[in-house]
Design a protein around this ligand. Structure first.
Ligand SMILES: [Fe+2]
Length: 286
């Protein structure tokens, strides 16, 4: 690889307890400082920022990024995970009193998603205006061009279909949007990276008793999303959700599971892109 390279840092699943989680924020400060000192050009955080769905908690992350001069479209990409959008306890409580409340749970989810997009709109659109999913980010560094195709995979809680709120699904409209000819055109001559929260891989637990619950974490329409990623010539996919730092191949794409900050706050994934079109990936321990 040539000497000049562009570095991308990726971590996931912070699961901070809230804006007052001083230990968690101290650890986040350390991780971000190490990433900045490594000469990183862009940071991707693939969801589950908190174990709460409270926008005033999200604002605390925004403040940290601002204080480190990272809060801009070209420096950070952040997406929500299921834990950021679904308050499981509240859903159960409402379901038990208002069964089946089908419209309510979808409305609550949409409202939460809108709040998240409003909070981080500058990181999605680059300006303080209406933001939403999916979105594309093309970053040009001289001869090196990197693009993110960012998709939401979290979907509303449902008592039978999504009992833990942890299952993934990409809305038909989002998939269709990725097939619009303008998208492929915008990504031409760029290194394409898919970004979402849920895993492509079907993780299976070893314990028999847990295997019955494997489906509660899965990405329901993974084949459709895979088709869209392949259509857009994605070379890499970044995700979180299943707390394991690892890489694996699917459909010729290198898929990187950013693991869990909550599990190990001193590790992140780094990808270095060279001018020769090649890249290297490694997990860095700070
Ligand atoms: Fe998750």
């Amino acid at each position: 690889m040539s000497d000049t390279s562009i570095k991308l840092a990726h971590f996931s699943d912070l699961h901070l307890a809230g804006r007052h989680d001083s230990r968690g924020f101290e650890r986040l400060d350390k991780l971000l400082t190490a990433i900045i000192n490594s000469g990183c050009n862009h940071i991707v955080i693939t969801g589950d920022l908190f174990n709460s769905t409270d926008p005033s908690d999200w604002a605390a992350i925004k403040e940290v990024l601002q204080s480190k001069r990272l809060y801009s479209w070209d420096k950070v990409t952040v997406i929500p995970g299921n834990h950021d959008l679904i308050n499981l306890e509240e859903e159960m409580r409402i379901y038990n009193s208002l069964n089946p409340d089908s419209n309510g749970r979808k409305k609550r989810f949409r409202r939460k998603m809108d709040e998240f997009c409003d909070m981080f709109s500058e990181l999605i659109t680059g300006e303080d205006e209406t933001a939403g999913f999916p979105f594309i980010k093309v970053l040009n560094y001289g001869e090196i061009s990197i693009s993110f195709v960012v998709v939401n995979t979290a979907y509303p809680w449902a008592n039978i279909d999504n009992p833990l709120g942890a299952r993934g699904y990409v809305k038909r409209g989002e998939i269709e949007a990725l097939f619009a000819p303008t998208v492929k055109k915008a990504l031409r001559d760029s290194f394409v990276i898919g970004v979402f929260h849920h895993a492509f891989r079907i993780y299976e637990t070893d314990a028999l008793i847990d295997q019955a619950f494997d489906w509660t974490m899965e990405l329901k329409n993974r084949e459709e999303l895979l088709g869209a990623m392949l259509h857009l010539n994605a070379s890499i996919v970044l995700h979180g959700h299943f707390h394991r730092f690892q890489t694996y191949m699917i459909g010729g794409m290198k898929v990187i599971n950013g693991g869990s900050f909550n599990y190990n706050p001193r590790r992140y994934s780094e990808i270095a892109f060279g001018r020769d079109g090649r890249y290297t990936q490694r997990f860095v321990d700070i």
